[in-house]
Design a protein. Sequence first.
Length: 135
Amino acid sequence: MSVKEGPTYAELLAKAAPTAIHTERENERYTAMLYELSQNHGRLSADERKLAELLAHLVEDFEEKHYQLPKASPIEAISFLMDQNGLKQKDLVDVFGTPSIVSEVLNGKRNLNKDHISRLSERFHVSPELFFLVG
């Protein structure tokens, strides 16, 4: 397997000129650069991988600071995720064990336990933190 030749890391940095992201426009620019790098389908040089990692950190930092989700109750979070995934109460029986427990949780008559939170997190590919009660 041959190593892909390409611009050096210094040349890539000079072209990209990455800095901390402060505006949506800068975020879009770096996201576009990441997209362009991703079109190489994994055939990036070591230097291109370094640049992609740097850009990903910059974008992630900006988005964590500027796109925080509003606080929601665990029930609101579950309802939102169900809606986004086109699910009905019956579709969560595998998470909660029985239809009655699904109903009790969604109607606020029963709190989530550790197992529920773990299975919801796995089912929807989200952080378990989403299902903890907020002050």
